[in-house]
Design a protein. Structure first.
Length: 195
């Protein structure tokens, strides 16, 4: 067997096949796979953008109806959609009473309730309370769900949850929790109500 005999015959064919497979693998890893991944990412981005565009079109379609309701003076105000009360302090007391009742029904007791200054938001007054409590996870989720389902509509903001210690099964662990609850009342100034 001479020096070039290994390039011919079965060994040469096996070597050529191996080299071809190695080149194909390198092309796959270096070109095809990154292009396929890029294509998949672009496809996902386009799908997300299409879903967002459809949602925005749906919201835009409701805009004329909302404008008509505001111009007609109803402003979309349903009975019970806002806090009652002739002033911010009365509305704040009403909100505090409702939140306290929901906390009691959920099995939680409020540690502290701080009344926040009311703010004007368009034709509405935003009434806020900073709530602090210690409760287990199931009780906390029950309370947050009750706030989400409440009438008048209540919004939770600035939610902070802290556990004192880390344990393997934290479900029953008391959690120190604070958050802000917002609700709205009709009226443009602190003591004014809208007819």
């Amino acid at each position: 067997m001479t020096g070039g005999d290994w390039l011919i015959g079965r060994r040469g064919q096996a070597l050529a096949l191996g080299a071809t497979l190695l080149v194909l693998f390198a092309i796959w890893v270096g070109c095809v796979q990154p292009l396929a991944a890029w294509y998949g990412e672009r496809e996902e981005t386009l799908r997300t953008q299409r879903a967002l565009a459809e949602r925005m079109e749906g919201l835009a379609a409701t805009l004329p109806l909302l404008r008509r309701s505001v111009q007609s003076g109803s402003g979309g105000r349903d009975a019970g959609a806002t806090l009652s009360g002739a002033s911010d302090s009365v509305a704040s007391a009403t909100l505090q009473e409702r939140v306290q009742a929901m906390a009691t029904a959920a099995g939680a007791s409020l540690t502290s309730v701080e009344t926040l200054p009311a703010e004007t938001t368009g034709a509405w007054r935003r009434i806020g309370l900073r709530i602090t409590l210690t409760a287990s996870w199931p009780v906390l989720t029950h309370l947050l769900q009750a706030l989400d389902d409440a009438t008048p509509r209540m919004l939770v903001d600035d939610l902070h949850i802290h556990a004192a210690i880390l344990v393997a099964h934290p479900v029953g662990l008391p959690l120190d929790t604070s958050f802000i609850v917002y609700a709205f009342r009709a009226g443009g100034a602190a003591g004014e109500t809208r007819p």
